[in-house]
Structure formats: C-alpha cells, structure tokens
Design a protein around this ligand. Sequence first.
Ligand SMILES: *[C@@H]1O[C@H](CO)[C@@H](O)[C@H](O)[C@H]1NC(C)=O
Ligand SMILES: *[C@@H]1O[C@H](CO)[C@@H](O)[C@H](O)[C@H]1NC(C)=O
Ligand SMILES: *[C@@H]1O[C@H](CO)[C@@H](O)[C@H](O)[C@H]1NC(C)=O
Length: 980
Amino acid sequence: MAPCSRLLGIVAAALGLCASSEAAYKQKSPAFTYTSAATGLQLGGPSLAPEIRVAPDDLPGVIRAANDLAADFGRVLGVNGTVVVADWSATIAQKLPSRPIIIVGTVGKSSLIDGLVSSKKLDTAAIAKKWETFSYQVTATPWDGRDAVFVIAGSDLRGTVFGIYDVTEQIGVSPWHYWADVPPTKREYIWARNSSHTEGPPSIKFRGIFLNDEAPALTGWGKANFKQSQYGSAFVTEFYKHIFDLVLRLKGNYVWPAMWSSMFYLDDPKNGPAATEYGIFMGTSHHEPMARADKEQGRFLKGSWDWKSNKAGVQSFMDEGATRSKNWSTVYTLGMRGSGDAASATLSSSALEEIISWQQSSLTKALGKPLSEIPQAWVMYKEVPGYWSNGMKVSDDVTLLWSDDNRGNIRRIPTDAELRRAGGSGMYYHFDYVGDPRNYKWINTIQLQKTWEQMTLAHDSGNKNIWIANVGDLKALELPTAHFMALAWDRDSFSDPDSTRDWLKAWSGRQFGEAAAEAAASIMTTYGKLTARMKYEDLSRSPFAFSTANYDEADLNYKEWVDLLAKAQAVYDSLSADVQDSFFEIVLHPVLAGKTVFEIYSKVAISAVYAKEHRVSANQFTKDAAAAFTADQAITKRFHTLKNGKWNHFMDQTHLGYNNWQEPSSNSVPKGTSVSGSATNALMGVSIQAGSSAFPGSAKLTLSAVTPFDPPNIDRWIDVYIRDTGSFSYSITSNATFVSVTNARQTVSTSSGSTDIRSVVTVDWKAAPAGSSVVTLTITNLNQTGTTATVIVPVENLSVPSDFKGHVETDRTVSIEAEHFSKPASASEYVVVPDFGRTLSGVRLPPKFASQSPGKGPVLVYPFYTFTNSVDASVTVYLAPSENATPNSPNRYTISVDGGGLTTVQPVPATSGSSQPAGWADAVIRNAYVKASKVGKLAPGKHELKVYLLESTMVITKVVVDLGGVKSSLLGPPESGRAV
Ligand SMILES: *[C@@H]1O[C@H](CO)[C@@H](O)[C@H](O)[C@H]1NC(C)=O
Ligand SMILES: *[C@@H]1O[C@H](CO)[C@@H](O)[C@H](O)[C@H]1NC(C)=O
Ligand SMILES: *[C@@H]1O[C@H](CO)[C@@H](O)[C@H](O)[C@H]1NC(C)=O
C-alpha cells in the first residue's frame, strides 16, 4: 500500500486506509550487519577491533573524535579499536596489518582522504564544500596490498565528527550513553555493508541547546561532581565535555552555556578552546551580548549596564568579549537588553541601531573578518521585537532569532522581506521556563507532536539559520531534546504528520531494545497527551482544573495515569537489568512521578466532593493523597540513588504547592477534606454521575438522559455508600425490564473497607421502547425500613435516518474531535496531526498555506444530527494556544451551520507592543483557546457545520455544538457517538 501522502492521508485516514505499519519517519537503511559471516567488510569480531587511521594534518577535533570511535567499538565489541595517526605515504607503505581499517578524515584537510580522492578510490563530490556533510562506505583496494577499508569522510570538522558518531550510533552506542545511562548494544561481529551513505547538509545551520535556570538541579549536581572554579562555578571543561559529546552525537553544533551563576569563558579558561576543538559554536543568551556572560558585568564592567549614560564603559566591556573569543567558534549575540533578563528603561530603537552597528564594527576589528563570515544573532525575545516592528534598521548579516511565548508557541514567522536578508532567521524555543504564568522546570512536560507542529512551521516558514532549545537542566528533558535535534538535522525525514510516532519508536528501540520499542513509544505518546492537559506546576490552582462533577473528567484522567503507570512498570519489569536504569530515567520515572502528582491533586479534589456528601471514603482519599506526597519524596530519593548516586540533586526542584509564578521554597500539598462526626439523618448515601445533589439531601435524583449515542467511556452510574461507621445491605430495583444495573444487591461496610459501591446503568436498546421514556430505580436500605432513594433515568431510544452519517446529539451536546470531519468538501489541504493536543489529535493547514478570507478556501465539514428543538444553540471551537504568528494577519476561523451566515472569530486578541495577548495565561495553562459563537435556532434533524481555518499558524482540536447541555470541564465534553 502506498504510504499516506499528506493530501491522500486525510481521505485515506478517514476511510481507515492508512496502514499504521507504514513508516512515516524516513529511516535510514542499516549500513552494518552483525552476523559471523556476511558480505561487505568485517570491522569487528571476537577479539578483533578496527584500527582507526586519521591523518596528522587533520583537525584536532577529528583526531579527538577518532578516539571516541575506537572506544565506542570497544563498548560494543568488548575490545577497543586503536587510533593510528599516520599520513598517506605511511599508510600505503604498510601492506598489513590484517586488522580491519577505518579511515576517517576531512576533505581538503586530511592527507588520507585527499590521497584516496587523488588516486580515484574515493569520490567526495557529493560532500565537498558543503556545510556539515558526511559520507561513509567500504572502499575496495584503496591501495596495493589492501583489499578494502571503511572510509568516513566529512566536508568539514563537524561533517567528519557527525560521520563518526553516526557510525557509533548505528553499531550501538547511544548519544545518551552518559546522560541517560543507555548501555551499548553488545555485539560479537560487525560488518559494513557494501553500500554508501551520505547525510547533510542539515536543515538548520546552527542547532543546539541552552542550559538555563540551572539551579537547583544541574548546579547542585555539578558541584557534587566537578572541581569548582575560582569563581565558584562547577561548569568547568570536564563538565562541558559531557555536554559537547552529547550535542555532537545529536548532530548539533551550538550551545548557550549555563549563566545564572557562572561565566563560561572564565570559569575554566579551557572552556572556550575546548568548545572550538570539539566543533561547538558557543553563544550567549538573549541578554548577554558579545560573548560575555551576564555575571561578568558585576565583576568587570566599569559603571552601569546602560548605553545612554555609560557608553564608554559598555563598549570597552563588549570589546573585550570580542577580543577574547576571536580564535574560538562563536555565534555572537548582538543587541542589548536591561540588566539580568529585563527590558531596559533607557533603550530606544535608534539607540539599538547604534549599538548593533557599533558591535559589528567591534567584531570586524577584533576578528579581522568581514561581517558575512561572522555568525551573529539578535534575539527577538520578550520586548525586543517591539524595536524591530518600530522600523529599526539592522544589518542583513544578523540572524533575527525569533522566540516562542516561553510556552512553546511561536510568536512570529518571518515576512518575505525578512527572508531575503542574508542572515536569515531562527527560533529560540522553550522546553523549560521560569516565569509567568508559572515555571515549568521539574520534569518533562513536552508533547513531541506539538514540537513537530511548531518547529515544522518554523522551518517551513523560513526560520532555518538557528534553532536553540532552552532545555533547563537538560536531564529529564532527554526525549524532547533528542526529537528537537533530529528535526533540526533533517526536517525532511519528518514530512509525514505521523512521523513523530515512528521516530519515537525507532528512537526507543535504540535506547531500550527492539522488544520494548513499540510499548515505550506508545507510553511516551500518552505521557505527552496527559502532560499537555496541564503542566504539574499549574495543578495547584483552585478549583482543581479537571472537573470532579462532569464527564467523570477528574476520575478518568487519573485513571489514564494509573493505566499508563501499569504499562510502564510492565515494560520495566520485562527489561534486562542493564537497560532498566535508562528506561527508568526516560520513561518510568516521569510516568511514576507524574502519576503521583496527579494522584495528590485529584484525590484532594475528590475528597472535598465526597466529604460534602458525608462519604466516609473521603477520609481514604485524604489519606491516599498524603501517602502520594510521601511517595513523591521516595521517588525523588530513588532517582538520586540510581547508579550509586550518579544523578543526585537532579530532582531537587520543588514542584508541589505553587501559589504564584515562582517555585515554592519547599514542596507542600493542600490537605484533603475528611469526614468527622456522625451523619445526621441516614447511614445510606446515594450519588449519581454528574449529579448536583445526593441522597439523603435529595430523595429523588435524576440522571442525565441515556441515549444509544453516548460517548463510550462515560457511564451513567449510581454510587451507594456509607455515611458513618457501620454496615448495611441494599438493593436496587428497576421499574422497567430494559434498564438494569450492576451490583443490584450488595453490602457496604466500614469494617470490610467496602464503603462505596458503584452500579452502572445499562439499557437494552432492543427491548427499550422507541422515543423517550422514564425509568425509576429504587435503592432500598434493607436494614433500615423506609430508607429508599429514587433515581430517575430518562431513556431516549432515538434513531437517526439510515442515510445519515455523522455525530449525533447526546444530552443536548454534540462533541466532535476535529479529525472526524466527513470529508474535505473541496480540494482540501487539511493535515491531521495524530496524537496532538489534549484529547485525540489536531488539524491544521500546511505551513505557508496562504491566509484565507472568511468562508473561502479549504473547509472542514462536520455533519451532525440533533433531537432537541433549540432556540439558542452555540458552536464552541477548541484550538491549540497558537499565537498570531503571521504578521498583520491574525489567526481566525469561520463557522457556518447549514449553509447559513458566516461567523468569523479571532481567538487571540491583538496586542499592543510585545505584551502577551489578553487571555494568554489562561490559554497556555489550559493549553487551549476555547471560543463559543451563538448560532441561534437549530430544529431537530440533520445539520452540517463547516469550519474554515484562515491561517496555517493555528490548530483545531475539537468542535462542540451546545444545545443547552454542555457542562463545564477542562477538556470539553467527550466525543459524541457517530452514525456510520
Ligand atoms: C578501552 O577504551 C576505554 C576508553 O578510552 C578505556 O577506558 C578502557 O580502559 C579501554 N579498554 C582496554 C581493555 O584497553
Ligand atoms: C417507571 O417510573 C416512571 C417514573 O415514575 C414512570 O413514568 C414509568 O411509567 C414507570 N414505568 C413502568 C413500566 O411502570
Ligand atoms: C441487613 O440486611 C441483610 C438482608 O436482609 C441481612 O442479611 C443482614 O444480616 C442485615 N445486616 C444487619 C447489620 O442487620
């Protein structure tokens, strides 16, 4: 079957034709085999490891990486390779050894590579003169007396280094060998196939990570493991070697160093040269221009950090940054902000123009190079874009580094005029943040599909020169970091919207073994969905975000965590001991720790509801929440004792009990609510699903109507429970044979612990009369004569015409997941992004799709059927919290019901200057914009809702038609049943 192309995909997916086994992520074909005999060239076997030859004239960073190649063969085979530094003539003079030979080198730098090229044994035309490109292959009879060698050739320093690490990753050494303890794959044999492999240049020129907000975790860990510098920082070269190793193995080339209490270039004088030797471009963060750390200002700046009043002092400070770094690989941050990540009170656009042009002259003087050869970035962060939009002029050589809103929503895509600038544009993106509305810096809360959606938008809109991700303390963000770097290296391999799931499966296979790959990918996909509903730090808001009353939302959400943990624990238990630690660090820990936090907040919220009903089980929920708080501490300790304490301090971050944007000084939890004293009037209590009152307060309770089209996971239930100490038996009887309940006769008792029993109402639709009927359930306390509760069950045995296909009203609500459109009505270009968002998926236009006018262009069609005669219906659209990223063309959508008038909605209001739009904080916390529009009268029968997205910078996730029945919740009503 053909793979699901983008356009075909939607139609095929709707028809169920997309085979999920199709690999949507472009995998590379394996270059190696691991059997005792194979065709190709043997590189390793029992007691046999390759000799790695590198030319003495090659770059020091290549020779360094060649040693990693030798060591990595050792990790896999158990016997190390050896590195021989030898030039071409010495190499061809040596007819032996019989050991396998790997030649590594850089085109134009390595006499070995150039020797092979000039003797026509190697063709480097496909890589030469390209940025960061490599190839590797078996080369037959490279010289007389030698049958074959394996050659890794790079176009430049990083090209060669990436070629080396690409080979080591393929044979079985993970980029995460150090940072996440991924063990090497042990192999007896390694053979190179007779095929060649070429990669590069990368999709994004400069790509990397920012270590930020690095206390307490990374800082505490650093201090425990590295000798501190004279300035008290532990971020010395021995530390950065681990960072550079990781970044290069992820095929990155760019790092912003930790900076809140450290000074990269001074904490270890070897830091700058080491980065350069490794091949890493260093930058400094958005408010640290000219390669000087913020913390250097306090020690070395004469006068204040103010251009207006202290130009000379600021200039000499900046000059020193340029001079100091002149021999090191650097992407220079230009511009200026106020002190310490704040806007400046005195800067104007014209002052900034002057600053940047002065900085450029300082750089050309210090480096002795033309501006076009000096990488420069101006970070359009927070207030900074305001200067630019005021018409500021900035040299074309500077990359405009755009930013997200700190919560993963891109604020701006470049205009065509901006794209014509030589320096191009880039994206500064957050996986971790400290600031309004709340920090998120404990563990991973990133949904990979959202990263895919936003970063493909960034790339395809032209932000290709720089990508930098704020990865906080790095550890705990392994997965989003790996995904981001893979996208930045090769965006084309992620062209399918479901490529992330396939990438995740392949990635999981490399870290945890093939047997666990599918399950790990599925677990982390669900994890991304559950954390997309709300970040941990936001959960302490009151009232609890998930509804304890409606749609069983709080219960079902927590149950998803419980199920997810069971799955993750089962995979962990199935793994061999050597893989368990890395699986724990990347998969089991976030699931376990996340479930525990959700348990605390969910159970505290539920205890309050139960206590109002005087359910004694409220006390158990309160106890459980307190036990979960203790468990949270134990989970932290477990992390800290892994690998004999290797990762001690990494979970020092407080995360429970936030009450403003800043982290609390210690973890705390609200107390659950307990029941005390005696129940006043009855031992028996009865509650119903989504009920607003309970028995004995109300003798008669009415469930919402049951229909054949109810969402499958939402039961109509009745809870019978004890309101005090004791026990009683009860029966539930129905006055109609077509309605029955589970647990119709039971005993509840405090001593047995069975204090609450749930009965689920079921309807035999074949036996039920057509249309509306009312059924009475009578709950009788068999031990207390006269204590009976009545539950009324409205039964709506409704049907739709056989030719109707679409969603059907239940309980005055029609809820539709966005991807369940009937079909594109015109030549639609809508793309379903699987696993995106809080419930099922998202739908967007492809990036760069032209802005549309209301009611024009591609349309999503949703047929639906109603029974209620509604005079005041409304349509609610659920969208991802995307910003108005297209200049002068805000996100808008148009709806129309039954071909009636068009209603156009702009979900995100315009902003003045660079401030966040009104409603932004609420939207990012809930991870959705939810906008309702009145559509007026809707007679019972068939209808058709049309939705047009007018911008490609927005994603729709759900639509809900409200006929007066929609109840409040975080995620919206669960999807209604569908006639097919
Ligand atoms: C293999 O190389 C590693 C890394 O350089 C080193 O630690 C180890 O001792 C070497 N093993 C042997 C047997 O030489
Ligand atoms: C069951 O009770 C309801 C509500 O009192 C009543 O309308 C209905 O007719 C009863 N059904 C039967 C079969 O008695
Ligand atoms: C309650 O009633 C049930 C059913 O009649 C009976 O089996 C049970 O012994 C009674 N329990 C008490 C505590 O009276």
